[in-house]
Design a protein around this ligand. Structure first.
Ligand code: IMP
Ligand code: MG
Length: 169
């Protein structure tokens, strides 16, 4: 396993994104949604760096991967618990790869939960593998087509606890 993005570098970028979002939201009430499980660390690091008393959080969970390959079929395995009708949403995801997960998720949330707006925040973007077009509002790092783990991301459910991002060999 090789370190790909160091903890310090991740934290620096997370703070930049959090501060930009902080300015954008001001005192407006917004709901941050974490797409489980991969985004947990990014989600909590972003949140703790935003100074606001008007943020609510919620969780949704999708599944698509077995090992290193996306099945292409995205299942919602856990739905939201808050009512986000007419609310402004920030959807936080670990990786944008083919785009199928986020695309399916955004369409599902729009159709079923009808928020007023959705902004997308992703930690990593692998543009070389994109299969659907998607507009992302905030991206942490654009990376090559490598399978990464750590900082929330897994290989068969392991390595999520690493504080840095690594490449599996
Ligand atoms: P997409 O549907 O192909 O865009 O894949 C996005 C989902 O696959 C993300 O939610 C990730 O959890 C997972 N994923 C994609 N690439 C990687 C990787 O390199 N490491 C770990 N998980 C990944
Ligand atoms: Mg995921």
């Amino acid at each position: 396993m090789k370190v790909y993005i160091r903890e310090k570098e991740i934290q620096k970028r997370v703070i930049q994104i959090a501060k930009t979002i902080e300015k954008e939201i001001g005192s407006k009430e917004v709901v941050f949604i974490s797409n489980l499980k991969g985004s947990i660390m990014f989600f909590s690091d972003i949140l703790r760096n935003i100074n606001s008393n008007s943020i609510k959080i919620d969780f949704i969970a999708t599944e698509s991967y077995t090992g290193k390959e996306s099945s292409g079929e995205i299942k919602i395995v856990k739905d939201l618990s808050l009512d986000i009708y007419n609310k402004d949403i920030y959807l936080v995801e670990d990786i944008l790869d083919t785009g199928l997960t986020l695309n399916t998720l955004v369409n599902y949330i729009k159709e079923i939960h009808k928020p007023s707006s959705i902004k997308i925040v992703v930690l990593l973007d692998k543009p070389s593998r994109r299969r659907v077009n998607l507009n992302v509002d905030y991206t942490g790092f654009v990376i090559e087509d490598k399978f990464v783990v750590g900082y929330g991301m897994d290989y068969n459910e392991k390595y999520r606890n690493l504080p840095y991002i690594a490449v599996l060999d």
